[in-house]
Write a protein that binds this ligand. Structure first.
Ligand code: HEC
Length: 107
């Protein structure tokens, strides 16, 4: 096993093996490790992290719809962002992280 693979395994293991409900920290780790692959640069038309204008109409659909689309996938967005082994709660935590860094949910 190369150093790189060991490093990836060490980073990924706690993410994918934790049987508990996902925390905000999990959301940050998942978002930065997986979702940023598209959402940082805005690949495939993904709403860019931090871009309030791009996120506003999506957030306006309501949290439940955002969660549902993220879990099931939406056009250029694969189900769970491609993280098939993530639990629904982990995906939701990652959605919350992306939204909070991009203007947040309406109060
Ligand atoms: C392969 C690229 C890719 C990855 C990885 C990815 N996304 Fe996306 N995401 C997209 C694209 C493209 C869209 C825009 C889809 C559209 O509206 O056509 C999108 C849209 C979304 C939306 C808005 C959905 C809506 O209802 O408008 C949310 C929320 C979201 N992604 C969350 C996530 C989360 C959380 C992750 C990580 C678990 C993730 N994405 C990983 C490409 C990606």
């Amino acid at each position: 096993m190369s150093i790189r693979r060991i490093a990836i395994a060490l980073i990924a293991a706690p993410l994918f093996l934790t049987p508990f409900a996902a925390s905000a920290d999990d959301g940050a780790q998942i978002a930065q490790g997986l979702c940023f692959a598209c959402h940082q640069a805005g690949m495939n038309g993904a709403p860019k992290f931090g871009n309030k204008v791009a996120w506003a109409p999506r957030v306006a659909q309501g949290k439940d719809k955002l969660y549902e689309n993220s879990i099931k996938g939406l056009r250029g967005m694969p189900p769970k962002g491609g993280g098939a082994s993530l639990t629904d709660d982990q995906v939701k935590a990652a959605v919350d992280y992306l939204v909070k860094g991009s203007g947040g949910y309406p109060q």
